[in-house]
Structures are given as C-alpha cells and as structure tokens.
Design a protein around this ligand. Structure first.
Ligand code: NAP
Length: 437
C-alpha cells in the first residue's frame, strides 16, 4: 500500500472539527477507496485548550497556521479558518509555495485572491481544491470543472445562501415579516448576529464569482457584481408573487450576453412550478445551463459541519488518489494564466421580465398615467392589476405590473417618470423575473 497521506488542518471550528471527526470515523472506508491511509498529523486553532469533541493529541499542535503550512510534516494543508486576508491567506500561500496541496472551504479568500493562488498552485504542480467553498456539500465545482467538459455554459444560477432562503421560505409559508423571520433565524443559529453579509447578498456574490469563472473561463471579478439583498422584501411582494404564479428567491445569476457577462445577485421571481422554486429552507441549489446538456439542477445542504466536511473530505480523497507526475485539472477549469479578462455587461442592458409594485394615490388618471409611462418606454405589459390591500388607507391603492421582456434601462426610466409624476405614496418595488425550467 502507498504511504499514508499526511494532512494538516488549520481551523478546528464547525467545519474543521467535523472534518477531523469524519476522517477518524470513516478511516477504513477512505483507506479502501483511496488505496492509502489518510492521517491528520498536524492541527492549528487559536485556543489549544478548547474541547473540540475529538482527541487530536496524536497530531502536532501549531499555534501559528502559517508555520504549520510551511514546516509541518504534511502533504495536504486544509484551511478552515476563514477570512479573505490574514492567517488564512498567508497560510494557503505559504503551503502552495512549499509545494503542498491545499484544500479550502474559504469562498471569501478565493473570490479575492483565487486567481493568484491558482497561479502558484499550477506553477508548483499541486492541487488547490475548494469544493466546499460554493454551496457547501453540493459537488458543483467538480461537476462544472470535470463532468461537463466540452459544454459551453450559457447561464449558471442558484440559491447560494441558506439564511436568505430560510427567511424567504418562512415568510411565504407563515405570512410573517422579514424582521420577525430574521430574529427567529438568529435565535435558531441560521443567521449571524450581524446578518448583513448574508442578507445583503455578499456571501452569494462571493460564491457566484467563483461559479462565473468556472462557467466562462474568465478571471474572478467579485467586485463587479450587481447586488441587492432581501431586506426590502415584504409580505405584499410575497403575496403578489404567489397570485401571479411566482415565488421569490435570492438568486446569484451569471449569464453570457451579447455585450458581456452579467453577474447579479438580487431577489428574483421564479415560476412556482420550476424546480428551483421547490428548494426550501436552508437548502442550496445550483442550475447550470449549457449547449449540450440543457439545464441541470443540483440541490442539497449548503452549510453545516458534516455537509461541508463531506465536500472537504472529497477534495482530500482526490489528492490521496492522485499520483505524482499526473497532470492535475486546472484550478478554475482553464490554466490560471489563460483565464480571460472579465467583460462586464452593464446592468442597464439586462433583458427580462419585471414585476413592479406601486403604492399610489387613489385618484382619477393615475392608472392611465402609469400605463403611458410604460408605453413611452416601449414596455409591453403582460398584466396591470389594481388592488386594495388591507394595509392601505382609503386614499391609496396598489398597482401591480408584470412586463414582457424589456430592459433594465427602460424599467428604471419608466419608474423614475412615475415617481416624478407624483402619484406614488411609497417607494416603488421592482423585482426581476428569472426564466427557470
Ligand atoms: N460553517 C459552515 O457551514 C461553512 C460552510 C461552507 C464553508 N464554510 C467556510 O469554512 C471556513 C470555516 O468556517 P467555520 O464555520 O468552521 O468557522 P469557525 O467555526 O468560526 O472556525 C474557525 C476556526 O479557525 C480558527 N482560527 C481563527 N483564527 C485563527 C488563527 N489566527 N490561527 C489559527 N486558527 C484560527 C478558530 O480557532 P478557535 O476555535 O480556537 O477559536 C476556529 O477553530 C470558512 O472559510 C467558511 O466560510 C463554512
């Protein structure tokens, strides 16, 4: 049997401790599958005394994860610290430069420094595996990088943040407000004390930027993502969506268009009958649309110690099975040096259907004025409905419009015009409609 694969784990929190535990509990199965033992020989975290629920005394302890990456007797450095700078970045870089394979679950690090790190890995002939960084336990990286060779991706989109999907699912199922759902999610541990990163779309954007690079062979461009969170979604939107045959999901979408690549994260209406609309609670899903395959949808647990550990261990097992001298798949599907510059499509040229909810003064002529602003901007309407919702005063009405395919620029101009006309009593709500099978 080949020599054991020696693993160093930096970060022994939710994911790191689960990885260590599963490697211990599944040691026999992994040895059989990989043809060699996988042994944790070094570990690092901040607090040496903390009980991790697993005996790690056989592994050498390092206070400094960078030292572990550089000096420990390891073949693979597993980074489960988190953060786009500091010890996570320095340790990953040090490990790659020392010629060690790296496995990480750190989307923030890859979104910011992924291409530079991939260049080092490819130069050194080692693997940089990161299956757990996007959609936790769902094997989407391997699917896109290896199983879809020859396919040209036209669009990739997904539910990439469990916290947002949990909140939107409960808002719809129980008719409760965004704020009440968020509080509950925090109490149950599904949302952080400071939830901004999740609910305003940053976490989804990090993951999307990695999928975009895999899909289109472009450099990661995490700062070029149009982003809107879910904090302004109300019960009125959820109810109107349901009446119209839609469900609201926070999606990350990357799409090739004639003018470049769109990367956008925003609340989206998807047809209630579509597969992605059936993805509830903290579950994640990624849909990949290609010229050969059509649309593929993967769904499953996007977070949690064990689910994330499953992806990390899959990455470690791939390294255990790889043989010296064998050419590795490039980190982002194409050699890092050959990734093309990202050509951004302007959001104003985004084409699609739109849901527009307006709260207006209940006056004669308002309806006609709204219809005129739409027509002036060449927006063709699928429906325009006036509602008297329970929360409004007698002097107000809700007008809900659904457009046929139009552009973002036209919708913005029309809504600006309606706002200038002085008919609105509240901020207009605009939600994009996404095509989904
Ligand atoms: N949790 C999930 O469900 C999930 C899912 C997908 C991806 N991820 C990613 O996985 C990574 C780890 O997440 P997590 O949830 O496991 O985080 P976590 O529970 O906060 O654990 C972080 C670990 O890093 C250690 N650490 C922090 N600073 C350190 C330093 N300077 N030197 C050495 N160790 C240090 C901490 O040590 P102490 O324990 O001593 O404080 C802790 O063990 C992140 O990149 C995250 O984005 C997490």
């Amino acid at each position: 049997m080949a020599e054991a694969l020696r693993v160093g784990i930096a970060g022994l929190g939710t994911v790191g401790a689960s990885v260590a535990r599963v490697l211990r509990d599944k040691a026999a199965e992994l040895t059989r599958q990989c043809g060699r033992d996988i042994v944790v020989t070094a570990v690092s975290a901040r607090d040496r005394k903390r009980d991790r629920g697993i005996d790690l005394s056989a592994a050498t302890w390092f206070d400094d994860p960078i030292k572990l990456a550089e000096k420990a007797d390891i073949d693979v450095f597993v980074e489960l610290i988190g953060g786009d700078e500091g010890p996570a970045r320095l340790a990953v870089k040090a490990a790659l430069e020392a010629g060690r394979h790296v496995v990480t679950a750190n989307k923030a690090l890859l979104a910011k420094h992924g291409v530079a790190l991939a260049e080092i890995a490819e130069k050194k002939g080692v693997l940089l595996n990161y299956e757990a960084a996007v959609a936790g336990g769902i094997p989407v990286i391997k699917t896109m990088r290896e199983a879809m060779a020859g396919n040209a991706v036209t669009r990739v989109f997904g539910i990439l943040n469990g916290t947002c999907n949990y909140i939107l699912t409960r808002m719809e199922a129980e008719g409760i407000s965004f704020d009440a759902c968020l509080k509950d999610a925090q109490r149950l541990g599904y949302a952080e004390a400071d939830p901004t990163f999740d609910i305003e779309g940053h976490d989804t954007a990090h993951k999307l930027s990695i999928l975009t690079s895999l899909a289109f062979g472009t450099k990661i461009a995490a700062n070029d993502i149009y982003m809107e969170g879910i904090s302004n979604i109300t019960q009125a939107d959820i109810r109107a969506a349901a009446d119209l045959g839609y469900r609201i999901k926070l999606l990350g979408v990357a799409q090739r268009t004639d003018s470049g690549i769109e990367q956008r994260v925003h609340p989206t209406m998807v047809p209630t009958a579509s597969v992605i609309a059936q993805v509830h609670g903290v579950t994640n899903a990624v849909a990949i649309e290609t010229d050969i395959l059509g649309e593929l949808l993967l769904s499953g647990p996007g977070a949690g110690g064990n689910a994330t550990a499953s992806a990390v261990i899959g990455d470690i097992a791939d390294i255990a099975k790889s043989r010296p001298g064998f050419q590795h798949a490039p980190v982002f599907g194409w050699p890092a040096k050959e990734l093309k510059p990202y050509k951004k499509a302007q959001m104003r040229s985004h084409a699609g259907g739109y849901f527009i909810r307006l709260t207006v003064h209940d006056r004669i002529g308002v309806f006609a004025a709204i219809a005129k602003r739409m027509a002036d901007n060449d927006i063709s309407l699928e429906s325009i409905v006036q509602q008297a919702a329970g929360t409004e005063t007698e002097a107000q009405k809700t007008v809900i419009l659904v457009t046929h395919e139009t552009t973002e620029a036209a919708v913005r101009k029309a809504v600006e015009g309606i706002t200038k006309d002085g008919h609105l009593t509240d901020k207009p709500q605009v939600i994009r409609i996404e095509r989904a099978e």
